[in-house]
Design a protein around this ligand. Structure first.
Ligand code: EPU
Length: 346
């Protein structure tokens, strides 16, 4: 069977995850069409192999060994269509997210330009509702196509059904390990809609080589890239998974209490009586920026990013992460939670 032929055994995934955690997969397949994906899943079901889904590997904490079958969808096509004054981008799960951002921005399309340089694949983007510089995937997402693991059936979800929240979605909840995301449909626009309110994005654009009051989506994407390159380590040079911790949500009253001794603490009131705090700031205040603990450490420029210098594994990383979370909890009474997904926790 074709799907069987494309299956590899004993695959080293240490370069398939941006944290470069050692991981040996018993079997690995990267189906490039819906029918091969369906066949691959059917084979796994027949053989009783547990299936682990992997995208670009930029937001996962992999264990040393993964038994069963790792499936990495290689659906690499994307195309545009017109719909009620919008431009819809239909994007296969395997397309690289950053390449999509730059390609649509270069075509003058607005919508995802603030999400430039986020690593990973388009199929993984809805799972944690990727977000940066005041924009989340949820803002432009029209629909997600999924294949049910148990049946191979194709289903469509609209944005509401995806139950998006801050770094959250149904794909982490009720549909976790039940579906493979095969395609995302994004609603883009030719009408200028720059969103420059976050941080120093507007200042950065004004100071660019071609300052203008009406920037192009490409200029915004390039400004975002420049800011990210300054703060976030390139995973090709220093292994990392972007923000390691989520920014914690605390009740407004707790934030108000913390603001008394720490009036400069960054805080962002949300709906529902909650305030978002900056995990990077909390870690930084504990004096942990740049700290090293064996194979792992806290990035010099951004305390929210944990880096892997080499030679460590997930257990070591979680030890370092727990130490950091303990320090923050002792000082601020707030427990930080990892942002990347723990694959096969035990
Ligand atoms: N801060 C410090 N010290 C640090 C890091 C941050 O004091 O070491 C302060 C900053 O000065 C700022 C505040 O904390 O006042 C927030 O920092 P920043 O604007 O850099 O954003 P962030 O909260 O650290 C979040 C996302 C990033 C995203 C940026 C920009 C999360 C967990 N992280 O980071 O997402 O790129 O905003 O929108 O929500 C990712 O998810 O992997 C990621 C990189």
């Amino acid at each position: 069977m074709a799907a069987q032929m494309n299956m590899l055994s004993n695959v080293d995934l240490s370069t398939a995850n941006t944290l470069r955690l050692p991981c040996q997969a018993e079997r690995f397949a990267a189906p490039a069409t819906l029918s091969t994906l369906r066949e691959t899943l059917a084979t796994a079901r027949r053989q009783g192999w547990p299936v682990t889904l992997l995208g670009g590997g930029s937001n996962v904490l992999l264990p040393k060994t993964l038994s069963g079958l790792v499936v990495c969808p290689a659906l690499n096509q994307w195309w545009l269509s017109q719909h009620q004054g919008h431009v819809l981008a239909h994007v296969g799960a395997g397309v690289n997210w950053h390449r999509l951002v730059m390609a649509t921005a270069a075509r003058g399309l607005w919508g995802i330009e603030n999400l430039a340089l986020i690593p990973g694949s388009c199929g993984a983007a809805p799972v944690q509702n990727i977000g940066a510089y005041g924009v989340e995937l949820a803002d432009t997402l029209q629909a997600v196509q999924v294949m049910e693991l148990a049946t191979g059936r194709i289903e469509w979800l609209d944005a509401q059904q995806c139950a998006f929240g801050y770094r959250e979605s149904i794909f982490k909840g009720a549909l976790a390990d039940r579906v493979v995301i095969t395609q995302v449909v994004l609603r883009l626009s030719r009408t200028p809609t720059p969103r420059l309110g976050y941080g120093d994005l507007a200042i950065r654009l004004a100071g660019s080589s071609t300052p203008t009051l009406s920037p192009t989506p490409l200029a915004v994407a390039e400004a975002v890239c420049a800011i990210r390159r300054e703060k976030l380590p390139d995973p090709h040079e220093l292994a990392n998974a972007g923000s390691f911790f989520k920014n914690p949500l605390v009740p407004d009253a707790q934030a108000a209490q913390l603001l008394q001794p720490y009036p400069a603490m960054p805080h962002f009131p949300q709906e529902g009586g909650q305030t978002k705090l900056a995990a990077g700031w909390l870690i930084d205040q504990c004096g942990l920026k740049g700290m090293r603990d064996g194979a792992f450490g806290v990035h010099q420029q951004q305390a929210l990013v944990l880096v892997h210098f080499g030679g460590g594994d997930r257990q070591g990383l979680m030890k370092t992460a727990d130490y950091i979370a303990d320090q923050v909890e002792t000082r601020f009474g707030v427990r930080l939670e990892p942002e990347p997904r723990l694959i096969n926790p035990n």
